[in-house]
Design a protein. Structure first.
Length: 232
C-alpha cells in the first residue's frame, strides 16, 4: 500500500473546512443527501442554523426540479464575451432593416434609437453571415425614398443646449465637424455671427442656424464615431 503524502492531513483541511459559501453549501447538502447526516449534526459541523439548512435543502430540490439537466452548484463558466443577442431579436431587426436597403450606418442609427447598443462591426458580421452582399451606391433621392418608407420614423428631439454637467454619449457620422469648433472660438467667428443681421427664430438663434448649415454642407468621410461629452 502506498504511503500517504506527508502533507495529506494539512491538505485535507481544504475539504473539511470550506471557506467559500458555495463549497460550504455543497458540504452541507452532501452530508444530508449522501451520508444521511441529521440536520442538527450538519448545523454543528458547518455553522449553519437548522432553519438555514432546511432552506438550502428546499431550494436545492426546487432548482433540480425546474432544471434537472443543469448543475446547480458547479456551473461551467463560458469563455469569451457575453452573448449580445440571446433571443435572436437583434439579428431579426438587422436582417429586416437590411431588406429595406439600409446601410450599416443607418441600421446602427435606428438600433441606437431603440436603445440597442451594437457596433457597426457587429452589424457587418451579422449581414455577412446571413449572406447579404454589399449595398450598391445610392443617390440622395433613393436614400430619401428608403427612409421615408420606414414604418416607424425616428422623431427628432427639440433643440436644447448641452449642459455639460452630466456625461453624454451619442453617435454621429459627422463627428469630425466638432474639430472646427476651437477655430470658430479662436477667431471669434461665433461673435461675428451673433452680431450679424442674420435672421433667427425663438427656437434657433443665429449661431445655431449657421452651424447647422455648416454641418449639412461639410462632408467628413469615415466610419460612425461615438462621442463622449464629460462635464467639467
Amino acid at each position: 500500500m502506498d504511503k500517504l503524502h506527508p502533507n495529506s492531513d494539512v491538505l485535507a483541511e481544504y475539504f473539511n473546512k470550506p471557506s467559500s459559501s458555495c463549497h460550504k453549501q455543497y458540504m452541507a447538502l452532501r452530508m444530508f443527501f449522501c451520508n444521511k447526516t441529521p440536520v442538527a449534526d450538519i448545523a454543528e459541523k458547518t455553522g449553519y442554523t437548522a432553519s438555514t439548512i432546511y432552506s438550502l435543502i428546499r431550494d436545492f430540490k426546487e432548482r433540480v426540479k425546474n432544471n434537472p439537466t443543469e448543475d446547480q452548484l458547479f456551473r461551467e463558466l463560458k469563455v469569451g464575451r457575453k452573448e449580445l443577442d440571446t433571443d435572436g431579436s437583434i439579428l431579426k431587426s438587422i436582417v429586416n432593416l437590411r431588406k429595406k436597403y439600409l446601410s450599416v450606418t443607418e441600421i446602427k442609427s435606428i438600433l441606437d434609437a431603440q436603445n440597442i447598443t451594437v457596433s457597426e462591426k457587429y452589424i457587418s458580421s451579422v449581414l455577412t453571415k446571413e449572406g447579404f452582399a454589399k449595398l450598391p451606391r445610392r443617390d440622395k433621392n433613393f436614400k430619401k425614398e428608403i427612409t421615408s418608407n420606414l414604418s416607424k420614423n425616428i422623431s427628432a428631439q427639440k433643440v436644447s443646449k448641452l449642459s455639460f454637467v452630466q456625461p453624454e454619449i451619442f453617435t454621429s457620422q459627422n463627428a469630425g465637424i466638432l474639430c472646427l469648433l476651437p477655430y470658430i472660438k479662436k477667431y471669434n467667428i461665433d461673435v461675428a455671427i451673433e452680431n450679424s443681421m442674420y435672421p433667427e427664430t425663438k427656437i434657433l438663434d443665429k449661431l445655431t442656424s449657421i452651424l447647422s448649415f455648416l454641418a449639412l454642407n461639410t462632408d467628413f468621410h469615415g466610419k460612425n464615431n461615438t462621442l463622449k461629452l464629460r462635464g467639467g
